[in-house]
Design a protein around this ligand. Sequence first.
Ligand SMILES: [Zn+2]
Length: 370
Amino acid sequence: MKKVFFVLIVIVFLIELKASVTVEYKTRLASEIIKTEFVEGIEYFNVYELNKAFKAQIVEGVLDQRLNINIYDEQLIFLLESSYLSFHSELYNYTFPIIQKDEKYLIPVKFLEEILPLIIPDKISYTNNKIVATTPIDNSIRTIVLDPGHGGKDPGAVSFSKDNFEKDIVLIITRKLEKMLSDSLGVKILLTRDKDEFVSLQQRTQFANGNNANLFISIHCNAHYNKKIDGIEVYYLSTAKTDDARAVEALENKVVYEFEGGEEAVKKYDDLAFILADMAQSEHLEESYDLGMKLQNALVNSTNSYNRGVKQANFYVLRGAFMPAVLVELGFLSNKEEEKKLINSKYQDKLVRSMFEGIRDFKFKYDKMQ
Ligand SMILES: [Zn+2]
């Protein structure tokens, strides 16, 4: 009995011992640890570790049952529910299929230790139980600016009950999102305001530009004179307008008239600066749209809220951001039911979790390497 126990301890110890794979880089002293885990005796690692170690881009194709991974500019296609990946039209077998656990994709470690060195030998080798890799160039998303709308003398939308202000709710939600992103994504998160203070729209994007942010996310709650209107929508910048978008745009831009110096201030925003800013944003239009879609889908799926879609509008706060930028409207405070939800901490957590997932997926898709 004692012997069996001893053997068990040794086995457990050995498993513990091999719960990671070390990656060393050719031109960098620091190394990276890829955490692994055992499921039914097989050692796996989370696909997102490839992003951490090699700046790989990961795109989940849920519909076509594929996982596309761009690593050192090479395209690897994993066929889900099989143990094969396709590379340069050849199939490679890593013995056990990819599994899904807690919404993560787990790949057998054999892929790291045998397949990867085999297919890109000039970048990756495996010796002495370590991976030695060419140092990837880090062009990844490192700094994200979160922008809780309004603040100070500008309350934003006033709720159905008249008891709650947009500025307070979005600050709470933004702080929660800040925590989740910095805890789990390893990126620098900056807030345009972290207390109840007035910040002009121009200061917000200047702050993001000045800090070389890679993403700008403005967080708001909506309002409508028709109290029945509800739902979630996400905006990215454009001069093209629909009537609905124009209404929300007017609401969010109102601050310029009311608190930033009226017509004159509007003119300042509207002049040459706008043309330049618009050009800067149009460079990022596709990425902004993609980020918008990811946020919108995640938010609507988790809350079952009415899907008002991803729209283009001409927001002052998005102008002048030299990076992908979106404005999220988390729900209508003017709607009795949505007010109740938006002030509920559990519901806020749900919104935060969804935004986190959208941002995470965007990051892993767009993180580039060379
Ligand atoms: Zn707002």
